[in-house]
Write a protein that binds this ligand. Structure first.
Ligand SMILES: *Cc1c(COP(=O)(O)O)cnc(C)c1O
Length: 389
């Protein structure tokens, strides 16, 4: 890097973060935990290869540092959703195979070729376009095909896959993966998963010698016969629940994120006062309230607030759980800290919103969503600290 480039980077950094106090909080991402979770997944995958799904900025945690950590751990196959994401991965994981789940548009073919990214082709039209591009430049560009076995989302129909199988030896491109996606694998033992596995096995048989991939995190953990040649965990790597119901807690690997936010002030509220927009939460006693520097613009779901009749999310204040009271605002939330001894929580302290027993899935449950959505919406306003690099 040239001197002036280094200075510019420093200047930009300084402009973004004066110091820790310039941001509302600190999001700590444990890269060693992500790497350990990947190794755990690889072990559970047995003879299958374990890839990693790092779409959506690695589930909100930062695609470059996460991809680099996974590559160091030994991961050789990555899945992103978009070509722009593949561009960010190829620089930090040189030599890895990068599949682009959302496929490709003819206008982007040269860009795919430039970085050796592999589109996941999900229609006859896409296959035809990729094939003619490979033929035109006379290079066996790699690509996957996606066959729909029950999601009714991306992918060829089974009949189309049969048609493609008959032509597979005539393609100018290199077919390197046949894949499909499970719709209900998070419900351990659901019959739809068995049906999808059977359907997919039938398709795989039409493509002898081509590696096959079906399992997401839930398939990896709960359905060993979905493993095939390559598994594609996402959420399990990031410490989220991959299974629902009674298996949910068991499906969690090492936690990966901690979120600490600043206490802006501690104030007194009188019994009968309401807290926040809409006055939906009434103090039942004289209370002490900590005003915290995070809100829905920071990915704290608006639905995680509390009303007089509904308990919402919690925070860990001085080692103890305290309820968040009232609605979540754009940049602020309020914790009831009446139970915390006076002096143990004061202006400038940090309060934990994720970590110390509060998981992304706990926050998700308090707001009627899933851990995936919590992670991918944490946003860019926190100061980010990467541990275990
Ligand atoms: C997101 C995604 C995955 C990973 O799913 P998790 O539930 O996060 O493990 C795997 N395959 C495809 C096609 C996906 O879109």
């Amino acid at each position: 890097m040239s001197d002036s480039a280094a200075k510019l980077e420093l200047a930009e950094d300084e402009a973004t973060f004066v110091n820790e106090r310039g941001a509302g909080g600190v999001l700590t991402i444990d890269l060693a935990a992500i790497a350990a979770n990947w190794r755990d997944c690889q072990e559970r995958a047995g003879n299958a290869e374990c890839g990693a799904v790092i779409k959506a900025d690695a589930y909100g945690l930062g695609i470059e540092p996460v991809a680099a950590a996974l590559a160091r751990a030994g991961c050789q196959t990555f899945f992103v959703a978009l070509l722009d994401e593949a561009l960010r991965v190829c620089t930090v994981a040189p030599g890895a195979a990068i599949y682009v789940l959302n496929g490709f548009n003819p206008a982007t073919a040269p860009a795919f070729q430039d970085i050796d990214a592999r589109p996941v082709l999900g229609s006859l039209e896409e296959i035809e376009e990729w094939d003619s591009y490979a033929r035109k430049i006379n290079e066996p560009l790699a690509a996957a095909i996606h066959v729909d076995t029950g999601m009714s989302r991306h992918g060829l129909t089974v009949a189309e896959a049969e048609q493609v199988a008959r032509k597979q030896n005539d393609f100018a491109f290199a077919l390197t993966l046949v894949m499909s996606h499970l719709a209900r694998a998070d419900e351990a033992g659901h019959e739809m998963t068995a049906a999808q596995i059977e359907k997919f096995a039938g398709i795989v048989a039409l493509f002898p010698g081509i590696p096959a991939s079906l399992a997401n995190s839930a398939g990896l953990l709960a359905h060993p016969d979905s493993h095939f040649d390559l598994v594609r965990p996402g959420i399990a790597l990031y410490g989220g629940e991959a299974l629902i119901g009674e298996n949910s807690k068991k499906s969690v690997m090492q936690p990966v994120v901690r979120l600490d936010v600043h206490v802006l002030q501690v104030r007194h509220g009188k019994q009968g006062d309401t807290v926040g927009y809409g006055g939906e939460y009434t103090l039942k006693r004289d209370s002490r309230l900590a005003v915290l520097s995070a809100g829905y613009a920071d990915g704290i779901p608006r639905a995680s607030g509390s009303t007089d009749t509904r308990r919402g999310m919690e925070a860990v204040v001085a080692g103890r759980r305290c309820p968040i009271v009232g609605r979540v605002s754009m940049d602020l939330i309020v914790a009831d800290v009446t139970e915390i001894p006076e002096g143990d929580v004061k202006r400038g302290d940090m309060v934990r919103l994720l970590g110390e027993g509060i998981t992304v899935d706990d926050l998700a449950r308090a707001s009627g969503t899933v851990g995936y959505e919590i992670l991918t919406r944490l946003g860019r306003r926190y100061r980010r600290v990467y541990e275990g690099e």
